[in-house]
Design a protein around this ligand. Structure first.
Ligand code: NAD
Length: 611
């Protein structure tokens, strides 16, 4: 595998620019939903201008035999639909409720313009000038972390760190480290952990078939040649597979962590050992966090031309500190709800100066990450923290969206008695039809053994609910932020907190009643369990394709707006994961394709299709 690396010459020197929060403005932005084709990934063999008529002979299906090298990374490119954006005022557009609270506008021709979701969590940035040389004490580091964005602080320990030595208190910033080739352009906890990290990466590769397939297909074809990607994501074995795939596709990468707790030190070491400039370690302070991001972008002789962000912090940093860099940047790929929301804000304010791809709302993310990931990981998170048995237990799940559906399905399969609360009659009806009792939380709060929130909302479980829970009731959250359970209301003098295990607190009432609070109300699965690599593979592949698409898109295909991944690429991501199951996809006959009005190579559904 060829991994291109880049060396940083100079240490970061950060200009003193004050960072300010961006407040959401009143008017909702308009988001153009691109259905532009992805033919740029497979030029000249029938690709070329996306607005041009489809080639006479369609390219073979992506997974079909005989795809030439040019088509190696391409979904089957058919006729290229034009990207479109529509105004909300257009009376011909129907409004669809967006799952996250916004709306999708559906035009008569089926094109969809997505409006942004309502604000759930505003990114908060350090509002002081950064003084990188003043580093906080160990205790100070924790408290500082509060002003980092939520996504930066949600604990995400998708795999245990096998090699961490708690004895080593030296900040990585104070260590002089070199990899075996003498390269020192990185900052990780301990480069000597590289071998363990490499093993983790190799294990992850087994469950990330699509990225491995992209690497194979890219032999000789480098769709990211010349790409200089700066990334800010969780640094886990799965991210490492993504980064090494981007390297194999021709990109140079520099990477920081989007979360101060989530870095797997051994994986970061393995990446540094193989030449990736990685700046991340588990337990960064806030000051470290921004320093690491800065080391990725403030490099002599190297400027990024693509951004891969998770949470929006990196994008924000470049906007605030190095706005001129955007002259060379071809696009932003953003994964998280929070970061995407921020992009919408920039777009609305007319400040988005490059095209951005919203990976968070692509079907392959929403349906797989939210539903299947939670279906698999809810039990794991509960089991690891409490050793509980699920059979016969009474559970109430608040919210029957994708995450709620996944949690309910898993618990039902284990023999739990599951109640659901909902505010939306459609989701409520779904819960009823799926065989769950729809209740108000008050009705069952005294009797349930477990309360799980997955609404994305705030104060769903209040102090009043907590007061009424029975002894040993387990309370946890699967939603994005720690707002769903009113944990703050439990920090009162009459209640005693006992930390009984990592991420497990007993909160004890004066009469001896205790509830079991998991992960202090933060995301249970990301804090206390592993999440399935295969699901992360789907998201990572979507990110890789979004980068390829934006990097190769001809001038003008994408404007300074936020786009959803073209449907065809969503389908391609899914198709790359099918061989794992020895799945055999049925092909449309010519007659059937004509009957349905579809291209035989897809896209197979209109953009408003809900799956
Ligand atoms: P969703 O919008 O599909 O579902 C949320 C549901 O909660 C909606 O049906 C809504 O009507 C309902 N709801 C809102 N307020 C409520 C209330 N007060 N009481 C009862 N129901 C209420 O969203 P989703 O995709 O299911 O995601 C839910 C949350 O989980 C989000 O915060 C999301 O970011 C997060 N998430 C977590 C993971 C994970 O791995 N834990 C993965 C993906 C998403």
């Amino acid at each position: 595998m060829s991994v291109q690396v880049v060396s940083a010459a100079a240490a970061a020197k950060v200009p003193e620019v004050e960072l300010k929060d961006l407040s959401p403005s009143e008017a909702e932005p308009q988001l153009g939903l691109s259905t532009a084709a992805v033919s740029a990934m497979a030029p000249p063999a029938g690709g070329g201008d996306p607005e041009a008529p489809a080639p006479a002979a369609e390219r073979p299906p992506a997974l079909g035999p005989g795809s030439g090298p040019a088509a190696a990374l391409s979904p089957a490119a058919g006729k290229v639909p034009q990207a479109s954006a529509m105004k909300r005022s257009d009376p011909h557009h129907q409004h669809q409720r967006h799952r996250d609270g916004g709306e999708a506008l559906v035009s008569p021709d089926g094109t969809v313009t997505e409006a942004p979701r309502t604000v759930k969590k505003q990114i908060q940035f350090a509002d002081q000038k950064q003084e990188f040389n003043k580093r906080p004490t160990k205790i100070g580091r924790r408290s500082l972390s509060r002003s980092i964005s939520q996504s930066s602080t949600d604990s995400y320990s998708s795999a245990a760190s096998y090699t961490d030595s708690s004895d080593d208190e030296t900040s990585p910033r104070d260590k002089q480290q070199k990899n075996s080739k003498g390269n020192s352009d990185f900052c990780v906890k301990n480069i000597k952990q590289a071998e363990f990290g490499r093993r983790e990466i190799e294990i992850a590769e087994q469950e990330m078939p699509a990225l491995m397939a992209l690497r194979k297909r890219a032999q000789g074809e480098k769709p990211l040649a010349g790409a200089k990607i700066v990334g800010c994501t969780h640094i886990t074995a799965q991210t490492a597979v993504l980064m090494e795939t981007l390297g194999a596709l021709g990109a140079q990468c520099r990477w920081a962590a989007c979360n101060i707790y989530s870095t797997l030190n051994e994986v970061a070491a393995a990446l540094a050992e193989s030449g990736f400039p990685v700046f991340a370690w588990k337990g960064e302070s806030e000051d470290d966090f921004w320093w690491c991001i800065d080391r990725c972008v403030n490099v002599e002789g190297w400027q990024p031309n693509m951004i891969l962000d998770d949470g929006g912090d990196l994008t924000h940093w470049i906007y605030k500190k190095y706005p001129n860099m955007f002259k060379k940047i071809k696009g932003i790929v953003e994964e998280s709800v929070t970061g995407v929301h921020r992009l919408y804000q920039l777009s609305k304010a007319g400040k988005l100066c490059v095209p951005a791809m919203n990976v968070n709302d692509s079907v392959t993310k929403q349906k797989f990450d939210n539903l299947y990931c939670c279906r698999e990981s809810i039990l794991d998170g509960l089991k690891r923290t409490t050793d509980m048995m699920f059979g016969g237990k009474q559970v109430v799940v608040c919210g029957y969206g994708e995450v709620g559906k996944g949690c309910c399905a898993a618990l039902k399969a284990m023999g739990s008695i599951v109640y659901v609360t909902e505010i939306d009659p459609i989701c409520a009806l779904q819960a009823c039809m799926d065989g769950f009792r729809l209740v108000k939380l008050n009705e069952v709060i005294r009797q349930v053994d477990i309360v799980i929130t997955c609404t994305g909302n705030k104060n769903v479980v209040t102090r009043e609910h907590l007061d009424r829970m029975k002894n040993s009731c387990i309370v946890c959250n699967m939603g994005h932020s720690n707002t769903e359970i009113d944990v703050a209301s439990l920090r009162t003098p009459e209640l005693t907190w006992e930390r009984v295990r990592s991420q497990v607190d007993h909160v004890i009432w004066p009469d001896g009643k205790r509830i079991v609070l998991l992960a202090e109300g933060r995301l249970l699965n990301l804090s206390c369990s592993t999440v399935p690599t295969f699901v992360l593979s789907i998201t990572a592949t979507t990110q890789a394709l979004a980068l390829i698409e934006l990097y190769n898109a001809p001038e003008g295909r994408y404007k300074q707006d936020v786009y959803l991944l073209p449907k065809k690429m969503d389908e391609y991501v899914a198709s790359l994961h099918l061989p794992t199951f020895d799945a055999h996809l049925t092909e449309l006959t010519d007659e059937q394709a004509k009957y349905l009005g579809l291209n035989k190579n897809g896209p197979f559904k209109p953009n408003y299709y809900r799956y």
